[in-house]
Ligand binder design. Sequence first.
Ligand code: PA5
Length: 355
Amino acid sequence: MNNEIEKLDSLEKLRQVDPSDFLSMIASLPEELRKAQEICQATKLTLPKKVRAVYILGMGGSGISALLVKSILEDQLDLPVIFLRSYVAPASLTKEDLLVAVSYSGNTGETLGVVTQAAKKKVPMVFITSGGKLAQIAATKKISIFALPSGYQPRAALGFLLVPLLYIFVSLGKAQNIEENLKGAATLLDKMKKEVTAEVPTRQNEAKKLATKIYSTFPLVFGSPYTFPVAYRFKTQLNENAKVLSHANELTEANHNEIEGLFDLKRGQHNFSVTLLRCDKDEEKVKKQMEITKSLIGAQVGGINEVTSRGKSKLARVLSLVYYLDMVSAYVAILREVDPAEIRAIQKLKKELSR
Ligand code: PA5
């Protein structure tokens, strides 16, 4: 434990593993939310008067914003919201719909593939990007664009990617109280920042503590139907920041299959840890299943790590979990002595694809 504490608490050692200070970029989510609001207020958005369905297109660190927004707005949305992540536009996508393409770089092949097909079908579109080919298409075809600042990594630019999506739903008349809830969420994250940043020592820092519990395990992450997108975000942040495999699933679905594998684990003969995301806004029946799940598998997995959301609105609750778990993923990277900013395999793949 002393060795772990030294790695996390010595700012000098921390900088050696994280030379570009990726931790601070992840920690700047509250500031990003505010800057993103300014960008949205300055953006001229042209939308159809009526849309049948909203399709949101995006991969990896960009695409996750769509899952999170759907979860945040689920109980307000009275139209279908469909998430796309492939090269092919579905036959159901027509000019009665709206396609929102989210790509931080603006150069992601899958996103550009669907946009090209959608343009041929004359589907109304909006882009959320910092530039690349998507920005060029927007200029040529006069498509509304939320122009994001450059210099970020997509998975550290969540505020910039998420807020424009929320604004689109506000502009469509499908989301209420977003400005007020964003303000509340940013204030909550300011407070959380003081609790989870690198300067706060492990003994007072819950994010560092969770990282010490899971960094040498294969992390399994479970959320409710409402918090599952956050569980999935945590899995992807563990993949990209800490370079570890991880798995995320949704309760109650996992209780109809995976629970058998978990129930059968032999204590001390496996390397899994379980993190469970909890939220007051979860259905009572889901909460009950979570309690039963804990009693069925807790002993086998050496105890379950529970992370509880904070905040008043659904938006604040989702972002409080994302923020805390993003920090955990970066601390797992530090404990594993890997640079959280580097994504060598993804970059190599993109280079090969561009040939
Ligand atoms: O986090 C990352 O860097 C990746 O998951 C990217 O977001 C993903 O490859 C898609 O790229 P972009 O976000 O630029 O569309």
